[in-house]
Design a protein around this ligand. Structure first.
Ligand code: ADP
Length: 193
């Protein structure tokens, strides 16, 4: 198995690059943001609870997203590997993910972070908000709250994987294809190791 975490702040291009990477490398794409938006669309109790937090730019409780990841891993027992997008976002989630993968006799191979400056990120999110219908992308106050949450709760996750020597950053500015090429170079190198 080859398991990748695509890491980076809101608007860094994780979703766009994930779609391209899973196409090329045959991994299963697990995006907690997408899974939560599916629950919201289906108006499940979980979705209704999650929506009120997401609309404020806050995180959904760890147990909820860990449970979603656990059942997704179970649904794809024969996968060649997974690409985690938007997960783990807290140290508790990172620890839980390590445990879940260990039970499956596998682990995280590498974490690649997309580096993009904050002003560029805000512009990208506000632009996406014009067409995506995502209520968390239209209000600059909510966007700034998401960055604050990212800085406080998610950047420690980078430290967690740096300590494990699994963390690498790439430039997340440029064209989608340029960034994809950089990511593929890192992937090809890591897959040979
Ligand atoms: P972005 O990366 O642009 O912030 P996502 O689609 O990954 O967008 O996430 C949207 C929202 O969903 C987050 O702001 C958060 O409220 C919730 N969410 C997604 N993933 C997680 C997670 N792993 N833990 C907690 N909340 C999450």
């Amino acid at each position: 198995m080859f398991n990748l975490i695509l890491f980076g702040p809101p608007g860094s291009g994780k979703g766009t690059q994930s779609d391209k990477l899973v196409g090329k490398y045959g991994l299963i794409h697990l995006s907690t943001g997408n899974l939560l938006r599916e629950e919201i669309a289906e108006k499940t109790p979980l979705g209704i609870e999650a929506k009120s937090l997401m609309d404020k730019g806050q995180l959904v409780p760890d147990e909820v997203v860990i449970g979603m990841i656990d059942s997704s891993l179970e649904h794809h027992k024969d996968a060649k590997g997974f690409l985690f997008d938007g997960f783990p976002r807290t140290i508790a989630q990172a620890r839980a993910l390590d445990k879940l993968l260990e039970l499956k006799k596998t682990g995280i191979n590498t974490v690649i972070s997309l580096d993009v400056g904050e002003e560029e990120l805000i512009q990208r999110l506000l632009n996406r908000g014009k067409t995506s219908g995502r209520s968390d992308d239209t209000d600059e106050i909510v966007i700034r709250k998401r960055f604050a949450v990212y800085n406080n709760e998610t950047t420690p996750v980078a430290e967690y994987y740096k300590k494990a020597r699994k963390f690498q950053s790439v430039k997340g500015e440029g064209t989608v294809d340029e960034i994809f090429e950089t990511l593929c170079r890192v992937m090809d190198k890591k897959m040979k190791q």
